[in-house]
Design a protein around this ligand. Structure first.
Ligand code: ACO
Length: 470
């Protein structure tokens, strides 16, 4: 089994002698038997290992949670070595082929595929909650014309919590359901408003006669026509992309949603934290970075030079590598299949040739093979978004729309988990201790260098002639 993958419950049962870990603390010579359950030991079991009565006890150190399970979850299963992804046990390729994004959202949140009646009701509910309060529209209008749409989305999702104050009742099942419906329904509306705000175009209200992706395309691209008619091939491609992006277990943004949600804040605020985390270039921002990278490479002739630069660590090959997948990301393989279908409608894009060639070169290169670096979900998704005429700024927004169902499902699971406590990691303190406060007059002339050379720098003393303001 892959080291990085989620661990399955093998059926429980009483721990046998083989299900333990013997640890000897060489500082004291004391030995401990730690129980192994579901392929893990409990970090708290190390706390009993002390060198003296007043010792705090041993902690584990894992700054990026690279080998720490932060929760138990039954939503999403990944085997990173084998390139397997399942939602609630259903393989991602079957869902992409046979299901729809809204059905998958239901599956993620409620744990089972819906019956026909359940699905109809769910789709009806989502469709009838796509409108946002007019004040949200005014709120979006307040942004600068060139505001990044992820920044607008982040603020707008956070603002939703003020429109639905009852969402604070997180123990109320009806409120939790309504928050799920509202967030999934309104995210495309907010995304489309942000897009049209950047273009200075009037906002288009949702059209209840269209499918979930069809309505999104209408809110984005409708101009003077009475009713927008989405191309079914684009609707399908978008729906598949959204299924692929719906959830991905404890990734950076989901962890943010869970961590913030563990304070028992309302779900809109918790999901706003997820949007913020997704914004970063090492996470959802990677698809935008891939497009900018392909633009810089300019032609297939420049690929060898570009890869040399990557190997010299002058830059990263964006859209490659993954914390969990040490094999071809199964989502990248499915997206690649849909690129052609989209280009059939929109016409071919020369960047696709660069991307395909770049992938070939990298997969043949020892540097990438040795490090198990393969294309991830973001390598090809940006090309589809560009073909849809979306500016790179919108790419991460296109990721946030479907990930909303995963965030909501994970938030709901966390809320119902009896083991949930407020997320509050420990630290290894590395700073000074027990210093005596020096009066400011005594500090003059003995200024110390700031102790964060790459981070913040101490403000320059204006009396020494440094420029002020700005
Ligand atoms: N290009 C070049 N080298 C890379 C890349 C890359 N994209 N990714 C990893 N490496 C190298 C690292 O330099 C490191 O080499 P070393 O062992 O010689 O130091 C080795 O591969 C291992 O990489 P880590 O950084 O330790 O892997 P980690 O799991 O911490 O990072 C991450 C994963 C952040 C995704 C990384 O691969 C990356 O930055 N990729 C580019 C950004 C990207 O595409 N992100 C999208 C991820 S998918 C998503 O979030 C939806």
């Amino acid at each position: 089994m892959a080291e990085e993958q989620g661990q399955r419950d093998d059926g429980g049962g009483v721990a046998t002698a083989q299900d333990t870990l013997s640890v000897t603390d060489n500082r004291t010579g004391e030995s401990f038997e730690l129980e192994i359950t579901e392929g893990t030991v409990k970090a708290m079991d190390f706390r009993q290992m002390k060198v003296s009565e007043d010792d705090f006890g041993l902690m584990t150190y894992d700054p990026a949670f690279t080998n720490t399970a932060s929760c138990r979850s039954s939503i999403c299963y990944i085997d990173g070595d084998a390139g397997v992804l399942e939602y609630r046990g259903y393989p991602i390729d079957q869902l992409c082929e046979k299901s729809t994004y809204l059905e998958v959202a239901y599956l993620l949140i409620y744990g089972e595929l819906p019956t026909r009646d359940q699905l109809d009701e769910w789709v009806f509910e989502i469709t009838h909650h796509t409108y946002v309060h007019e004040n949200i529209k005014k709120f979006v209008e307040g942004f600068r014309y060139d505001a990044h749409p992820m920044g607008m989305l982040l603020a707008a999702v956070g603002a939703l919590s003020t429109f639905y104050p009852d969402a604070k009742k997180i123990d109320d099942q009806v409120e939790r359901h309504m928050a799920a419906v509202r967030m999934i329904a309104k995210m495309p509306t907010l995304a489309a408003f942000a897009y049209r705000h950047n273009l200075g175009l009037p906002y288009v209200y949702p059209d209840n006669d269209l499918s979930y992706p069809g309505n999104f395309l209408s809110m984005m691209f409708k101009m003077t026509e009475v009713q927008y008619e989405p191309d079914p091939r684009l609707e399908k491609a978008l729906d598949v992309l959204w299924i692929l992006h719906a959830d991905h277990e404890q990734n950076c943004s989901t962890n943010a949603v869970r961590a913030v949600g563990s304070s028992e804040v309302d779900p809109y605020s918790a999901v706003a934290a997820g949007v913020a985390a997704l914004y970063g270039p090492l996470h959802g921002g990677a698809n935008e970075a891939v497009l900018r990278m392909l633009e810089r490479i300019e032609s297939t002739d420049n690929i060898p030079d570009f890869l040399e630069g990557v190997k010299k660590r002058e830059e990263k090959l964006m859209g490659f590598g993954h914390r969990v997948y040490k094999n071809y990301d199964p989502r990248a393989a499915i997206i690649k299949e849909h690129v052609d279908a989209v280009f059939e409608v929109t016409g071919k894009n020369s960047k696709l040739d660069i991307a395909v060639e770049l992938e070939k070169h990298a997969l043949d290169d020892e540097y990438f093979v040795e490090r198990k670096l393969y294309p991830n979900v973001d390598f090809y998704s940006g090309l589809i978004y560009e073909a849809l005429n979306l500016p790179p700024d919108m790419f991460t927004v296109m990721f946030a729309i479907p990930r909303t169902s995963g965030w909501v499902a994970q938030w709901d699971e966390m809320e119902q988990d009896e083991e949930t406590k407020i997320a509050r990691p420990r630290q290894i303190y590395t700073g000074a201790r027990e210093r005596d406060y020096e009066d400011i007059a005594e500090r003059d002339g003995k200024a110390k260098a700031p102790n964060s050379p790459q981070g913040f720098t101490a403000p320059v003393d204006p009396s020494k002639g440094a420029p002020s303001g700005g």
